[in-house]
Each structure stands twice: as C-alpha cells, then as structure tokens.
Design a protein around this ligand. Structure first.
Ligand code: CP
Ligand code: NVA
Length: 312
C-alpha cells in the first residue's frame, strides 16, 4: 500500500499529489493482477463494515468484491437495521465498530456526521459519498484519465451541471493533479464557495487552476475530459421538476461537445439519465469511457484499502 498521512479517507484533501499519483498507479497495478488472474490476498482476515444510508450499485459491489479479491470480508449494512437508525449515537457506533472491524465505509447525507464517525473510530473511515464529497469516485475518475492520457498535468476537465458532491471532489482531485478544472453550473446551483477556495488554494500549489462559470461552452472549450452528473442527487428527488428547468441549458449533448478537444473523454459517475444531463449519443458514443470508469472503482478502492489498512 501507499504510505498515507491521515487515518481516514474523507475528502482527498489530506493526500499529497504524490500520494494521489501513487494510489492511482497502485490501482493500475492491481487491475493488471485481476486481468492476469494472479491472486493477491494481502488483506486476509481483515473486515470492512459498509454502512449505507443511501442507495448504491457501484460503491456497494466494488467494495465488497474488492475485499473478497484481497482475501478479506465486507459487511453490507444499512442504517435502517442498525441501532443507529433508532438513535444510537454516532460516537457509540464508531467505538463499537472499532472493536469488531478493521475499517468502516459509510455513505450518508451529512459530511459532518462522517467526520464525527471518523473522529470517534480508532479504525480508518472511508467516505463512500456524502452530500458534499465523493472522493472514491474521483480516485477512479483520475485513474481512468491516467490510463487514457498518461500525465494529467495541464489537462483540462470540464464539469457541466449541479455544483454537488461530484463537482466538489473533482475540483479538489483535479487541482491535486495540476489540472484545470472548469465547473459550469446554473445560478443557484453553484459549488460551495468554501470548497472552491480550498480547491483554488491547492491549484495554486500544483500549477493547476479552477474556473467557475455559468456558461457550459466556456467550461467545455478545449477540454480533455467532459464530465456530468445527475441534476437531482440522492436526497433532492423532490426538486426534480424545478431542476429540469434550471438545468435545461446544461445538457452534455453533441452540440456542446463540439467545443471540447477533438480527442476528449466523456466521464460520468453513473447512474445516468439519458435525455436529461447527457444525451444517449454522448453517453453511449465513442468518446465515452463510463464503464471503464465504473470498473476502476474496484481497482482504485483496492489500492485505497491496502494503503489504509497497512498503516492501521
Ligand atoms: N457512482 C456511484 O457512486 O455509484 P453508486 O451510487 O451506484 O454507488
Ligand atoms: N451526485 C450524485 C452522485 C451519485 C453517485 C448523488 O449524490 O446522488
């Protein structure tokens, strides 16, 4: 595993650019082991607890399969059937889990709750998505771009859509890699200013840059990667109708991607809504690598698990 400074993996902020690159390289190595059928049970006897307060396909399956491939075990838990769902405190839950398992992955709403869980757990805590961040996804996204483009320094990623958890984590991850990250969101749905400032600070150290705009074409102009995400994230479903109106000019379609670099890569964390944030022509088109990207969740997270559990 890669030697990391922090016990937990909550936002990507605690990684140095070197550590992020090393995690990606380890993910690529682990992918080769899978593809050549070489067993790699480096986490024999280790257990990961996975707590889900929101739905998941990729995160759930990739972590569970990843632990199995590493010789360990993953527990698939829902807050509904934990005492947490009946009011047991986050602090007590963190301490109890620390007695049983070697790491905790959690997907929930409040990022502050995950920070509290991590502060009270003696074992590593992995953020499997909060309302504010989705760092595991960005690890896989950056790994995919490294596979496709090699060095990412100076490359431009355009994100068109909601200034949500994906926008936030992409800004931080791209800034760490010395990339330009351009976010185009409608007024009222811009990324959080505090996180924009954090990303700009990181970019200032790496030679990257952060562009925030309300104009999709400006963001996509000469972009090496074009990214989008759902208009109504988990927890915001009741706003679907008003969001369809607010985001109508923020669809990634054939017209918009004409502004991107000719060899641009389309990425999407999935699940996708064809005809809303992206047309089928782009999502299922020749520039789209969304299934390689989804597959890389497995490999990138195995690199993360090895790195966190080695130092625990
Ligand atoms: N991209 C992603 O995290 O997918 P799931 O919601 O299916 O886990
Ligand atoms: N922004 C989306 C990402 C899903 C992987 C959500 O939070 O629902």
């Amino acid at each position: 595993g890669v030697s990391l400074d922090a016990k937990d993996f909550l936002t990507l902020k605690t990684l140095t650019p070197e550590q992020l690159q090393q995690l990606i390289d380890l993910g690529i190595h682990l992918k080769q082991l899978v593809q050549t059928n070489q067993p790699h049970p480096y986490l024999t006897g280790k257990t990961l607890a996975m707590i889900f307060e929101k739905s998941s396909t990729r995160t759930r399956v990739s972590f569970e399969v990843g632990m199995a491939q590493l010789g360990g075990h993953a527990l698939n838990l829902s807050s509904d059937n934990l005492q947490m769902g009946r009011g047991e405190t986050v602090q007590d839950t963190a301490k109890v889990f620390s007695e049983y398992v070697d790491a905790i992955m959690i997907r929930t709403y409040s990022h502050a709750m995950v920070e509290e869980l991590a502060a009270n757990a003696t074992v590593p805590v992995i953020n499997g998505l909060t309302d504010d961040y989705h760092p595991c996804q960005v690890l896989a996204d950056l790994m995919t771009l490294v596979e496709l483009k090699g060095s990412l320094i100076g490359k431009k990623l355009a994100y068109v859509g909601d200034g949500n958890n994906m926008a936030h984590s992409l800004m931080i991850g791209c800034a760490k890699m010395g990339m330009t990250c351009a976010i185009a969101s409608p007024e009222g749905y811009m990324p959080k200013e505090e996180i924009v400032q954090t990303a700009k600070g990181i970019a200032g150290e790496t030679g990257g840059s952060i562009i925030i705009t309300n104009e999709p074409r400006e963001a996509v102009e000469a972009a090496d990667a074009v990214y989008t995400d759902v208009w109504a994230s988990m927890g915001w479903e009741s706003e679907q109708a008003e969001r369809e109106i607010a985001f109508k000019d923020f669809q990634v379609n054939d017209e918009l991607v004409k502004y991107a670099a000719s060899d641009y890569t389309f990425l999407h964390c999935l699940p996708a809504h064809r005809g809303e944030e992206v047309t089928a022509s782009v999502l299922d088109g020749s520039h789209s690598y969304v299934f390689q990207e989804a597959g890389n969740r497995l490999h990138a997270q195995k690199a993360l698990l090895l790195s966190l559990l080695q130092s625990s």
